[in-house]
Design a protein around this ligand. Structure first.
Ligand SMILES: [Zn+2]
Ligand SMILES: [Zn+2]
Length: 273
């Protein structure tokens, strides 16, 4: 399997880090997990046009994880030669979000259907909501979901992707919890969204302090990786974005709990099992 960290940024805009999105090439499938800021540009840079996606997996409905969903959906629609519904798997609420996005796009959908004679179907999704268990199994791949803890944001889920005898865990935003341990158990690659509490505490913004209690710190991500017997820990969704040259500090914090390989991801970094 191959993991490509398409977007490693957070809600705080950064010129070099797109929003939350990870690509996983597994078996015969091309999976996109979350679809934050600039995801379509990063997908194309990784060699994937939206019509080529096998599944979109959504961890939760925070805007930084879904705010470019409309671009994925519309670009897939207008680039596909035949009707090509986008398969979407996400937590409860995903179907309503999909329906509301399509409703938001009604003027654009009308313009294009009127203008293009060979385009005579609406953009659409096949949407599946899940809390836990096997979410999808085909193309030599099995995707399992488990509930994570991003409260008060609820529900949130993480994904365990199995193919070719390897395991990739995509955690999304969460603090350590039983569901996270479940998807990470024995994983070859564990991708975790993280923050560095000391850096956030140094910023005198009450709104920023609020994010401390529902994200994993680097040390917590390391502890989860150690407990689950993970081989490689990938840190992403970095809050705040590391100043160039300080990546080793992020690694050191995770390494205080975990002796395996630790990667501070950059956009479009490829990691293989
Ligand atoms: Zn979130
Ligand atoms: Zn987030």
């Amino acid at each position: 399997m191959e993991v490509v960290t398409l977007g490693t940024g957070s809600p705080i805009p950064d010129a070099n880090r797109a929003g939350a999105a990870t690509l996983v090439r597994a078996g015969n499938a091309t999976l996109l997990i979350d679809c934050g800021r600039a995801v379509v540009m990063r997908l194309v840079a990784a060699g994937v046009f939206p019509p080529m996606l096998t599944q979109l997996l959504i961890t939760h409905l925070h805007s930084d994880h879904i705010n470019n969903f409309n671009d994925v959906l519309t670009t897939r629609w207008i680039m596909s030669p035949v009707d090509n519904p986008l398969p979407v798997i996400g937590p409860s609420g995903t179907a309503a979000f999909v329906d509301q996005t399509i409703a938001m796009l009604k003027d654009d959908i009308h313009y294009r259907l009127e203008h293009h004679n060979d385009l005579n179907w609406n953009p659409s999704c096949t949407t599946q909501e899940i809390t836990s268990g096997v979410a999808w199994e085909a193309e030599g791949v099995r995707v399992t979901a488990a509930p994570t803890d991003h409260r008060p944001v609820s529900p949130s889920i993480g994904f365990r992707i199995e193919a070719d005898g390897a395991v990739v865990a995509i955690a999304g935003d969460t603090i350590p919890c039983a569901g996270l341990d479940e998807i990470c158990a024995g994983a070859d690659i564990y991708v975790q969204t993280v923050l560095r509490p000391e850096l956030i505490k140094a910023v005198p913004s009450p709104r920023l302090q609020d994010v401390l209690d529902y994200h994993s710190s680097c040390a917590q991500a390391g502890a989860t990786a150690a407990r689950a017997g993970v081989k490689t820990l990938v840190l992403t969704h970095l809050v705040p974005a590391p100043a160039p040259g300080t990546e080793s500090e992020w690694i050191a914090e995770a390494a205080s709990e975990f002796a395996g390989e630790i990667i501070v991801a950059a956009d479009l970094q490829s990691i293989s099992t």
